[in-house]
Design a protein around this ligand. Structure first.
Ligand SMILES: Nc1ncnc2c1ncn2[C@@H]1O[C@H](COP(=O)(O)OP(=O)(O)OP(=O)(O)O)[C@@H](O)[C@H]1O
Ligand SMILES: [Mg+2]
Length: 407
C-alpha cells in the first residue's frame, strides 16, 4: 500500500459558472439546488462546477471521471488557475492559487506542477531533449543541469535513445511519453493529466497506464488524472471521483465505487466494467479454519463449513492438504474413519492481493483455494463460488436499480 500523506490539492465548495454574469441569477439558482440544464435554460449561463469539493493526498493517483461536459477539465483548470473560480477556494500545497497572478502564478505552475494533456503540442522543430528541457530553460536552469534532468526523465519513460530525434520521427504513443517526460523534467510534486492517454489506441494506452504506474511507484508524485473511461479510472486510481453535470456524485476507492455505487448513475457506469480486474482476493476470502491431521473424519465433517473447505497446515502454517465436505463424505461412505484418507494435495494457491481475474481459472476447478502470504503461510480460504457471486453482484445492483426506476 502507498503511504498517503496530507491533502495537497484541495477544492472547497468550488463553483464555476460561464457567462457574462457568473455571480448573478445563475449562481443563486444553482445554489438553491437547480440542476445544470435548467439553470442554462433559465439564464443562458453554463454550470462548469457545482459545489465541488475534493482533496488529493500526497502520493496518490486521484482520478476524476465523468461523461463529456461533466466538468472534469474545468476542475483541473481551477488547480493551475487557467480558470478563475466563481466561488469557493482552491489550495495547492497550502497556497491559495486564486490569489496568484502574473509572474508569481507562472513561477508557481512551473515549480509545483507538471501538465500532460491529450493534445499537447511538442515543438515540431526542436528535438526531443530540447522539448523535454524547455520548461527548465524558461526557468533559466543552466544547460548542463537541464539536459541531465531531461535525460533522466527520458530514461524514466524509456526514450533516452531518442533524445536527438524530432517529434515527427516518433509514434503517437512515443510523443505522449515525451510529454510525460517534459512534465517530469522539472520534478514537480503534482502532475495534472487531462485525458493524457485518451487519444492512444487501446493496447498502447494500457502500456502507458502500466508505465505510468511503474514510474509512480518510483517517484511517488501526486497525480490528478482526468479521464472519461471508467476502466482506466479504476485501473490506475487510488481513489476515483465521479462527476455529473458539474457536481461530484461519488468519491471512493475503485473497490468502493464498484461494490457500493452511490447512485444509479454510478451503477450504470459500473456495469461496463470488468470487476475481476479490480476486486482483490483478500476482500472476499474467508478466515482460515485449519484442521489438524489427527482429527477424526466425522469431526472434520461437522466442523468444516460447506463451502470453503479446510486446510491442514505444517509446523510453519503452510497448507499441505485440503479437506472438502465432498471428499470427506465419499471417504466416509466407503467406511473410512480417518481424515488422512479423505485429503487431497492438488489444490490451488493464490495471494491476498491477487485480482479475481487471475484466480478465475483456478476457481473453475470448483475447489477451495488456499490464500497464502509471501512466506506461503495460509491467511484465508477462497471459495470458488464466492468469486462468481462477487462478479455478479454489481449486475444485480443494476437490475435492482432499473426495477426501481422503470417499474
Ligand atoms: N470556456 C468555456 N466557456 C463556456 N463554457 C465552458 C467553457 N469551458 C467549459 N464550458 C462548459 O462547462 C461544462 C464543463 O466542461 P468541461 O470542459 O469541464 O467538461 P469535461 O468533463 O472536461 O468534458 P470532456 O470529456 O468533453 O473533455 C460544459 O458544459 C462546457 O460546455
Ligand atoms: Mg475535458
Amino acid at each position: 500500500m502507498v503511504e498517503m500523506g496530507e491533502d495537497i490539492v484541495i477544492l472547497n465548495e468550488v463553483y464555476k459558472i460561464f457567462g457574462p454574469q457568473p455571480r448573478g441569477r445563475a449562481f443563486d439558482l444553482v445554489r438553491s439546488g437547480m440542476g445544470k440544464n435548467q439553470v442554462q435554460a433559465a439564464t443562458d449561463h453554463v454550470i462548469g462546477l457545482n459545489n465541488v469539493s475534493f482533496s488529493v493526498k500526497k502520493g496518490e493517483i486521484f482520478v476524476v471521471m465523468g461523461l463529456s461536459g461533466s466538468g472534469k477539465s474545468t476542475a483541473i483548470r481551477t488547480v493551475n488557475k487557467l480558470f478563475d473560480v466563481t466561488d469557493g477556494s482552491v489550495l495547492v500545497e497550502g497556497t491559495d492559487v486564486q490569489q496568484l497572478a502574473g509572474s508569481a502564478l507562472q513561477a508557481f505552475r512551473r515549480t509545483h506542477m507538471g501538465m500532460v494533456f491529450q493534445h499537447f503540442a511538442l515543438f515540431p522543430h526542436r528535438n526531443v531533449i530540447d522539448n523535454v528541457s524547455y520548461g527548465l530553460k524558461v526557468q533559466k536552469v543552466d544547460k548542463r543541469t537541464r539536459e541531465d534532468a531531461a535525460m533522466k526523465a527520458l530514461a524514466l519513460v524509456g526514450l533516452d535513445t531518442y533524445a536527438q530525434s524530432l517529434p515527427s520521427e516518433l509514434s503517437g504513443g512515443m510523443q505522449q511519453r515525451v510529454g510525460l517526460a517534459r512534465a517530469l523534467a522539472s520534478d514537480p510534486e503534482i502532475l495534472l493529466m487531462d485525458e493524457a492517454f485518451s487519444a492512444l489506441d487501446p493496447l498502447i494506452r494500457r502500456q502507458m497506464q502500466d508505465e505510468m504506474m511503474e514510474i509512480q511507484g518510483e517517484l511517488r508524485k501526486t497525480i490528478l488524472f482526468i479521464t472519461h473511461d471508467l476502466n482506466e479510472a479504476l485501473r490506475i486510481g487510488d481513489r476515483v471521483c465521479i462527476m455529473k453535470d458539474g457536481a461530484v456524485v461519488q468519491i471512493g476507492t475503485p473497490e468502493e465505487i464498484l461494490t457500493q455505487p452511490a447512485t444509479g448513475y454510478v451503477a450504470e457506469f459500473v456495469q461496463d466494467v470488468d470487476q475481476g480486474r479490480v476486486i482483490q482476493v483478500h476482500e472476499i476470502m474467508q478466515p482460515p479454519a485449519p484442521l489438524s491431521l489427527d482429527t477424526a473424519l466425522a469431526d472434520a465433517l461437522t466442523r468444516t463449513t460447506e463451502r470453503s473447505g479446510a486446510f491442514i497446515l505444517d509446523a510453519f502454517g503452510v497448507p499441505t492438504h485440503l479437506f472438502t465436505i465432498e471428499d470427506g463424505a465419499r471417504a466416509s461412505s466407503m467406511g473410512t474413519t480417518e481424515l488422512v484418507s479423505a485429503l487431497r494435495t492438488d489444490f490451488e494457491r493464490c495471494k491476498p492481493e491477487d485480482r479475481l481475474n487471475s484466480v478465475y481459472a483456478a476457481a473453475g476447478r470448483g475447489l477451495p483455494i488456499a490464500v497464502c502470504d509471501d512466506a506461503g503461510v495460509l491467511v484465508g480460504n477462497l471459495d470458488p463460488r464466492h468469486i462468481m457471486e462477487e462478479m455478479g453482484r454489481v449486475e444485480n445492483l443494476i437490475e435492482d436499480f432499473e426495477k426501481e426506476v422503470f417499474m
